[in-house]
Design a protein around this ligand. Structure first.
Ligand code: OSB
Ligand code: MG
Length: 378
């Protein structure tokens, strides 16, 4: 990773914004339902160039322990003070690694700095990371639906759009029969489920009932903090397990692979502390012959762009959860929006750095709080 040697120059301003964008429809998983996207945005400015970092933490701890509140605190008190002019990106990354946990906060800061450095070099993010250009496969994550009919309808729309695979959320009491309804109508589509930790090992036979449907994988069936029990479950199932919530670092990925707790890993750059850790994990998985894919946190166009660039890395051989902007938002804060081409692929956004722009009027419309955390001139 040669880009780790890039020196970080002086920064003029650092601002932390909170944005709130209404969802077109609520997004429900087994543990919670969100009706809007509320996120922290970190804006790092130097000589007129702006690096953006979107924090994937929610205001609540129902997907992960981190929250917008905890991330704000960690960024301000423990991350920004690490920055010293003249240090390299690798130095900063090493210092950030001394913080325990708080991966979402770390990713926010790292992403903003990397975006700024790429823009200063006039490089697109994937180029800065030393990755090759490629078209990105698309996938959609359908939240829990009101009825099997509505679910089948939503799958129908996703397939018509050209998505390369469909993920459906499941939970206790809303699983096998719902998957059966989709499979009956679409026997061959690449299909997977995500339980967001709603089951225990005692539900093993229920989960084994999913083996009949030729799913690509079952994502995070057991607790958000478990790896070992997933390894016991995996032995009882034919369907590959995929871990999301319980993987926060390269070491977690090593543990999961060593135990056989999953055969696929969902890499969310925001959940694992950023792009650098994500690339290490992708390398580890590729060496082990384990496919990875990029998850999403229903990000605005800023985080979505980062996820797109990341998927140019080797190892990302499965479609991720990057879906079109228009299925979440009437209007996003970033341009251009994510759209699928005629074959269901996603293009890498065109500009330097993350490649999307954040028009000031658009941003102002959705900003509910803003704070200057640092200014060089006092
Ligand atoms: O488990 O992958 C998940 C959204 C919020 C919290 C957790 C998850 C998700 C998604 C949506 O599945 C992915 C996306 O469309 O960005
Ligand atoms: Mg998931």
């Amino acid at each position: 990773m040669k880009f780790l040697q890039t020196p970080i120059g002086p920064v003029d301003h650092i601002d932390l914004l909170t944005v709130r964008l209404p969802f077109i429809q609520p997004f429900a998983i087994s543990s919670y339902a969100w009706s809007c996207k509320e996120a922290l945005l970190l804006r790092v400015e130097a000589e007129g160039l702006v690096g953006w970092g979107e924090c994937v933490a929610d205001p609540d701890p129902f997907y992960a322990p981190e929250t917008t509140g905890s991330c704000r605190y960690i960024i301000e008190k423990f991350l920004l003070p690490l920055l010293e002019p003249g240090m390299t990106l690798g130095d900063l990354s090493e210092r950030m690694h001394k913080l325990r946990g708080n991966q979402m906060a770390r990713a926010t800061f790292e992403n903003a700095v990397i975006d700024l450095l790429a823009k200063q070099q006039g490089l697109r993010l994937y180029e800065f990371l030393g990755l090759p250009e490629k078209k990105i496969m698309s996938g959609i994550s359908l939240g829990l639906q009101e009825s099997p009919d509505k679910l089948v309808q939503a799958v129908q729309e996703a397939i018509a759009k050209g998505y390369h695979r469909v993920k459906m959320k499941v939970k206790q009491g809303q699983d096998v029969e719902w998957v059966a309804a989709v499979r009956q109508r679409f026997p061959d589509i690449p299909l997977m489920v995500d339980a967001n930790g709603d089951y225990t090992l005692a539900d093993g036979s229920r989960l084994a009932g999913l083996d009949a449907f030729g799913l690509m994988m079952i994502e995070q069936p057991l607790s958000y903090s478990d790896i070992f029990q997933h390894s016991l479950l995996q032995r009882r199932l034919q369907t590959p397990l995929c871990l999301d919530e319980s993987i926060h670092s390269l070491e977690d990925a090593e543990t999961a692979l060593a135990l056989g707790a999953c055969r696929i890993i969902n890499i969310k750059q925001g959940r694992v502390g950023g792009l650098i850790e994500s690339l290490r994990m992708a390398e580890l998985a590729a060496a082990a012959g384990v496919p990875v894919w990029s998850g999403g946190m229903d990000e605005t166009g800023i985080g979505r762009a980062v996820n797109i660039h990341l998927q140019t890395a080797a190892g990302f051989t499965l479609p991720g959860d990057t879906s079109e902007t228009s299925r979440y938002f009437h209007e996003d804060i970033a341009d251009p929006p994510v759209v699928l081409d005629g074959e269901g692929y996603i293009a890498i956004p065109p500009g330097p750095g993350i490649g999307v722009e954040v028009p000031a009027d658009r941003l102002a419309r959705y900003t509910i709080q803003q704070e200057r955390l640092y200014s060089r001139k006092g």
